[in-house]
Design a binder for this molecule. Structure first.
Ligand code: GLN
Length: 477
């Protein structure tokens, strides 16, 4: 099998006739079969993928093709693709088929991408380990006794194990960045509103973002360029200037200022992760980057605020799954209300139920002011911390996760412990800013260590620029 570093190299090989796209797709399909035990995919579209490979190959020969021509992509199973199953890894949607295609997926298809299948995830994207799936847990390709992280674990595993070129995930509180860190790949959560959510099953609508996983910064940039943009079907998608991220990544004329938020290096951070991040900081200083300490004083409230607000939104969003309108319906239905109750009790898994109950509680009239309203006020404070920080620096550099990938089953009995794995990622979603995971090293067990970069809203190019420097200049030397 011919290997390539990124899409531009793949496209060159395809144009020169040195790589057959059909064979390339066949190779991925056989790799998926070989690594079946990872449980990364829930549905495969083998025949269609091969057919599309043939079509795209012809287009490449004829000289008229899209930006992603021949890129083989896997899609997290919370995104709709017309006439394909959309389960959100939940029993409640086990037999549901989409009636339309999500804008993000359509944009990939329009540029010549090949969708190879759908990936496993935590049920309704709720989780940090991909153990909350009706299809079972996904295993980390680096060490199969460990979790991939969640909730986009299948998408991360598929890219890390080279079962496809790129995948899409979603990030409500870290579900792209955290599994990217655990699996040793790149993963970007864009600014809230940069990518249309039309066709994404909502978990927490004011937090959810769709973004790519890849093995290079260049591919992340290219896919982002295709995904970004206003969509009339999503009124929260923003009409901003279109940027050519793939051209901007190498633009390092202006030396970006890097901030190190001191609150992210406190107790609980693995010493090995801290050591590796310190090494990167040291190297950036040697390259004459200005690196200064900054403070995000409300960081300690992020997890509590995140879990109050996202569960509130989830309790409302998930009300539509009632056994009448979508998917699973319980057979024990002697009355309408019994049918609702039984369908939801049988159809949802325990983490989803926990969140619906918590969300309903924080929204209830007696507790609304104490929890939901308060959390909204704290959300504003957290956002202001970032506004202040970005008036001093361009990019913030932090660890992505407090530890490397933990063992399967290690945290399933303790939800609070599990929630703490998102300690460094949730703030970005509370503030709506973009973040990326950059794989920087391995720990003593050979498990990947990730570094997170955060930027101000709509400044993804800064993440990609520093990401490229880390990828090319620092990490390979
Ligand atoms: N792990 C976090 C949670 O369980 C984040 C999930 C996500 O980003 N979808 O809520």
């Amino acid at each position: 099998m011919i290997t390539y570093k990124n899409h531009s190299e793949k496209l060159r090989l395809l144009k020169e006739g040195k790589l057959s796209l059909v064979e390339n797709v066949q190779h991925f399909l056989s790799q998926i079969e070989e690594r079946k035990n990872l449980n990364a995919f829930t549905f495969l579209f083998a025949e269609e993928a091969l057919q599309k490979a043939n079509e795209v190959e012809q287009k490449i020969i004829s000289g008229s093709f899209g930006k992603l021509a021949g890129m083989v992509i896997a899609i997290k199973d919370v995104l709709a693709i017309k006439d394909k199953p959309l389960t959100c890894s939940s029993k409640i949607l086990e037999n549901f088929t989409s009636l339309y295609t999500a804008t993000a997926v359509q944009k990939l298809l329009d540029e010549g991408a090949i969708i190879i299948g759908k990936t496993n995830c935590d049920e309704f994207a709720m989780g940090s380990s991909n153990e909350n799936s009706a299809f079972g847990a996904v295993k980390n390709p680096v060490d199969e006794t460990r979790v991939t992280g969640g909730s986009s674990g299948g998408s991360a595993a598929a890219v890390a194990a080279k079962l496809c070129d790129v995948s899409l995930g979603t990030d409500t509180g870290g579900s792209i960045r955290q599994p990217a860190a655990f699996c040793g790949i790149y993963g970007l959560k864009p600014t809230y509103g940069l990518v249309s959510r039309f066709g994404l099953t909502a978990f927490a609508s004011s937090f959810d973002s769709i973004g790519p996983f890849a093995n290079s910064v260049e591919d992340i940039a290219l896919v982002l360029e295709v995904l970004a943009g206003h969509d009339k079907n999503d009124s929260t998608s923003i009409n901003t200037e279109k940027k050519s991220y793939s051209n901007l990544i190498g633009d390092n004329k202006q030396k970006l200022k890097i901030g190190i938020p001191k609150e992210y290096f406190a107790e609980g951070l693995s010493p090995e992760i801290k050591e590796q991040i310190d090494l990167v900081i040291h190297k950036l200083k040697e390259m004459n980057f200005s690196v200064e300490e900054v403070s995000l004083p409300h960081t300690e409230f992020a997890i509590a605020t995140y879990y109050i607000l996202t569960t509130a939104e989830a309790s409302s969003n998930l009300a539509r799954f009632d056994g009448a309108r979508y998917g699973y319906r319980s057979q024990q239905s002697s009355s309408l209300s019994k049918m609702y109750k039984a369908s939801r009790s049988e159809g949802f898994g325990s983490e989803v139920k926990r969140r619906i109950m918590l969300g309903t509680y924080v929204l209830s009239s007696g507790y609304y002011d104490a929890y939901y309203k308060k959390a909204q006020q704290v959300r504003r404070r957290i956002k202001e911390d970032f506004v202040n920080a970005f008036s001093q620096v361009d990019v913030l550099l932090t660890p992505t996760t407090p530890t490397t990938a933990f063992k399967l089953g290690e945290k399933t009995t303790d939800p609070l412990e599990m929630y703490l794995s998102d300690i460094f990622t949730t703030s970005a979603n509370l503030a709506g800013i973009p973040g990326i995971n950059i794989p920087i090293a391995k720990d003593k067990n050979n498990l990947p260590i990730g570094l997170q970069l955060l930027a101000n809203q709509f400044e993804e190019e800064k993440l990609l620029q520093i990401g490229t420097i880390l990828e090319k200049e620092i990490l390979t030397h």
